[in-house]
Design a protein around this ligand. Structure first.
Ligand SMILES: C[S@@+](CC[C@H](N)C(=O)[O-])C[C@H]1O[C@@H](n2cnc3c(N)ncnc32)[C@H](O)[C@@H]1O
Length: 201
């Protein structure tokens, strides 16, 4: 099982709230790609951040495409689509958010995420090494704790693919320890030093 949990990186989620949402909230389509989503806590955390900031009709225009290699016999997609998670994965969620979007499940120690959050996330199997984007016109691509699994040249090619798949002014977010390779630096503007959030030039 891949290591992941809800609200894993609060500064990155706040950067999405502060940079991405103001830029794209009025868009007709707000498409987000969460690449290497594991069992879903990350795309669902992103969905909650959008839900908290957007109006009712704005939120209806959000679609999060969550993808993963899914080598563990469709386990990731299955868990993500059930939306039921053990208590240890939700410990970092701020209490007010937890009360709003999670309810205890029949299974003791498990919590179910709200339907309105589940409905804006879809899952598909995808290997980043193919360098084939699942679609284009993304406002945001989140790829955290995944690129470290690739070789340096694969990483550069994947970031080039992300650049092509974003709309002009779209954002790419990765983990704080993942540095932007010098080969792709010119393609993006780094928005703030404490989060690896980059805007497409
Ligand atoms: C540590 S988890 C990160 C999960 C989540 N992004 C987070 O930060 O909490 C890494 C995930 O990357 C996925 N992954 C690794 N190589 C991949 C590839 N070539 N294409 C797609 N997903 C990949 C793994 O299957 C795993 O689910």
């Amino acid at each position: 099982m891949a290591f992941t949990f809800f609200f894993r990186d609060l500064p990155a989620l706040h950067a999405v709230r502060d940079y991405v949402i103001p830029e794209f909230r009025k868009n007709r389509y707000i498409n987000v790609w969460d690449a290497g989503c594991a069992m879903g806590p990350e795309p669902y955390s992103v969905a909650i951040i959008f839900k908290e900031a957007l109006g009712y009709y704005e939120f209806k225009r959000l679609q999060i495409y969550a993808t993963d290699l899914d080598e563990e016999s469709n386990e990731f997609g299955k868990i993500l689509l059930e939306g039921t998670y053990p208590e240890e994965t939700i410990k970092r969620i701020p209490k007010d958010i937890l009360r709003k979007y999670f309810s205890p499940n029949n299974k003791p120690g498990y919590f179910k995420i709200a339907d309105e959050i589940m409905h804006c996330v879809s899952f598909q199997k995808h290997d980043l090494r193919t360098l084939q984007p699942i679609r284009g016109y993304f406002c945001l691509i989140v790829c955290k704790n995944v690129l470290l699994h690739l070789s340096e040249s694969e990483r550069i090619n994947v970031i080039r693919m992300y650049h092509k798949s974003l709309v002009y002014g779209g954002f790419f977010v990765t983990e704080q320890t993942q540095k932007m390779p010098k080969e792709t630096e010119h393609l993006f503007k780094h928005m703030t030093p404490n989060v690896q959030i980059f805007q497409k030039r």
